[in-house]
Every structure is written in C-alpha cells, then in structure tokens.
Design a protein around this ligand. Structure first.
Ligand SMILES: C[S@@+](CC[C@H](N)C(=O)[O-])C[C@H]1O[C@@H](n2cnc3c(N)ncnc32)[C@H](O)[C@@H]1O
Length: 210
C-alpha cells in the first residue's frame, strides 16, 4: 500500500480513526469497536495468521468500524498515513527484541515516534503498555525527546480485575507480573521544532535534527 491514504476513507462512516499497532489476536480491536461505535479502529499486524484471526474476530462481531491490515506498521506510518490523520494510537506489548543486536527492530524507536507525532491530531492520545520495564523507560524518554507530546500520565488497568485490554495484558496479569502503562497527549500547539516538522512533505522522515 502506498500513500497518502486518508484512513477515514476506508470506513463506511466518516468518524475519527484510531490505530492499533500489532493487533495480535485482536482482543483490543474487538472490545474497542463494540464499545465505541462512533469511532473507527484500524489495526495493523505483521504476522498474517494473527491478522486473519483479528479480522475474523471483527467479522464475527459484525461491527463495521474495525479494519485489520496485514503488514509492517513502520511502512504504514512512514509512507501511508498523512499528517494529523489519527485520533488515537495504541501500542500494546510491542515485541521487546531482547538481544542487543536486534534492538534496532523495536517499534518504539525515534523515527517511529516522530512519525506518530506527525500523524496524530493535536489532543489525541498515544497509549503505550508493556511488561518490559526497561523498554517502557526507554520509550517514555524517546517520546519526550520528540517534544510533540505532553508529559506521560499513568494509565490505569481496566476497571474490573478480570477485564483485560489485550491478550498479552491478560497473560501478564494472570502470571502476577507488572504491566507498565502510559498515555501521552499530542500537543495542541507545535513547539519551535514541530514547526519544522510540519513544513516538510508527508513522506519525509521527520526528525528534530532536520
Ligand atoms: C507481543 S505481541 C502483542 C500483541 C497484542 N498487542 C497484545 O497485547 O496481546 C506483539 C505483536 O506485534 C506484532 N508486530 C511486531 N512488529 C510489528 C510491525 N512492525 N508491524 C505490525 N505488527 C507488528 C507481532 O506480530 C505481534 O503480534
């Protein structure tokens, strides 16, 4: 898929669109599409089996506000999504890539997060949850370095003890392990550096150094 693509045009109703990166089996998309029918949810998953599972889950619910894409989220944010096209971004339990030589594969990297700021509307929220404390701390630092978001707030777990946002959250909490959660709000007003970002075309790699 090549851009630019306004994600609202994918859905039958012209409602705000939120994106989930790495849907896994689709638990978040299933509950979000059912509980929030006035918003659209796009999910992207790189593993075809999981993408199919998530899509089947949505089909079984017969909701019309959820779509699953099979592919690489990095390509989607780099080349497809236009500026300020998302009303929310969800990254739950991203692969931690433990080995030092694989660290560069982490999705919550500076380039991704700079694009996240670019494609998110002012006031929209970025949710990051993980069971890896070191990855969480690194991600918070990288988000702050973009200067595109306000300070992180802790995001509480679901209301009831047995409600889970995602399959991995369920697995982690049932094992008694901690979950690190943060929510960031996209700045309303661009900072000096952000003004530079908005000047360059949609598909450029935007960085605070440019
Ligand atoms: C640890 S699992 C978490 C799944 C789900 N978010 C959850 O919390 O249950 C990470 C998921 O992200 C997917 N993923 C990893 N890199 C991706 C990428 N670049 N684009 C899209 N999906 C990706 C993996 O295939 C996997 O399904």
């Amino acid at each position: 898929m090549e851009g630019p693509l306004d994600p609202t045009t994918l859905f039958c109703r012209h409602n705000p669109v939120e994106l989930e990166i790495g849907t896994g089996k689709g638990m978040f998309l299933a509950s979000a599409t059912s509980s929030t029918p006035d918003r659209n949810f796009l999910g992207i998953e790189v593993r075809v089996g999981y993408a199919r599972m998530a899509a089947s889950r949505l089909a079984a619910l017969k909701t019309t506000n959820g779509i699953v894409l099979h592919g690489d989220a990095m390509h989607l944010v780099r080349h497809v999504l236009p500026n300020a096209s998302l009303s929310g971004l969800h990254v739950y339990f991203p692969d931690p890539w433990w080995k030092a030589r694989h660290r560069k594969r982490r999705i919550l990297n500076p380039e991704f997060l700079q694009h996240a700021g670019r494609i998110m509307q002012p006031g929209s929220q970025l949710h990051i949850w993980t069971d890896v404390e070191e990855y969480f701390n690194e991600a918070v630092l990288v988000v702050n370095n973009t200067l595109l978001f306000g300070k992180a707030s802790k995001e509480p777990a679901g209301g009831l003890e047995n409600t889970y946002r995602t399959h991995f959250e369920r697995r982690t909490r049932l094992a008694g392990d901690p979950v690190w959660r943060a929510v960031f709000t996209r700045n309303e007003k661009p900072s000096q550096q952000n003004r530079l970002v908005t000047k360059i075309p949609n598909y450029s790699i935007t960085s605070s150094q440019t």
